[in-house]
Write a new protein. Structure first.
Length: 218
């Protein structure tokens, strides 16, 4: 073998070793975890649309109900429809039966919120206390159900804390508006909206990780 042939061989060996090193950096698989950006983007967009829609229509309901405006009934209907949309969104991952149960749990949450607002408006402490207990019980049911669907990426304690924080901030909004303490009302909504945005991201990320084969190429 002449010196030029030897150099070409050495160069090919060097290139092969570089390629091996690159593959090793991907865990030995050149196709490991290549994202399907469109699928992830679409899911995240849908989850943000639904959760921000929930926050918006819930806010509208609280404001208009306390103000005594007639449009509150239509707003309530739209808020309930938002919960049905949640069911449609998760059906492709968890099936029709589970998607319906999820939507029903969320609609129950919304209807209890209606009762919380009304009890607070009329100053019925006994009714408010009873509604508040149902509210938290329903939140616990939602957390338990989601944890059953995705135990690894939607831990129960985290979900319980998330819903408890949301209910607390919702109650702060109701109290702030009833007392005409607009600053506290707006602050509570700002905090709740940021909280819901964070949950929307965690919700989407949990689905992406649980069903990674739908969002990554291997």
């Amino acid at each position: 073998m002449d010196k030029w042939a030897r150099r070409r061989l050495i160069r090919r060996i060097e290139m092969f070793l570089v390629a091996v090193a690159i593959l090793a950096s991907f865990g030995g698989n050149a196709y490991a975890h290549t994202e399907k950006p469109d699928a992830k983007f679409v899911l995240r967009q849908e989850m943000h649309r639904l959760w921000t829609g929930y926050a918006f229509w819930m806010r509208q309901y609280i404001v208009e109900s306390i103000a005594g405006n007639g449009e509150v009934s239509a707003i309530g209907d739209r808020l309930l429809r938002n919960q049905e949309e949640f069911g449609f969104a998760v059906a492709q991952f968890y099936g029709i039966e589970n998607s319906k149960k999820f939507a029903d749990l969320l609609k129950t949450h919304v209807r209890i919120t209606f009762d919380v607002v009304e009890a607070a408006k009329v100053g019925d402490k006994a009714r408010l206390e009873a509604a508040n207990q149902k509210w938290h019980g329903n939140a616990s049911d939602i957390a338990a159900f989601l944890n059953e669907l995705n135990p690894k990426y939607w831990p129960k304690q985290c979900l319980d804390e998330t819903w408890a924080q949301h209910l607390s901030l919702t109650m702060d909004q109701i109290t702030g508006r009833l007392q005409k303490n607009w600053k506290d009302d707006i602050t509570a909504f700002d905090k709740d909206f940021a909280h819901i945005l964070g949950f929307a991201e965690c919700f989407a990320e949990g689905i992406i990780k649980q069903f990674s084969s739908r969002f990554y190429r291997y």
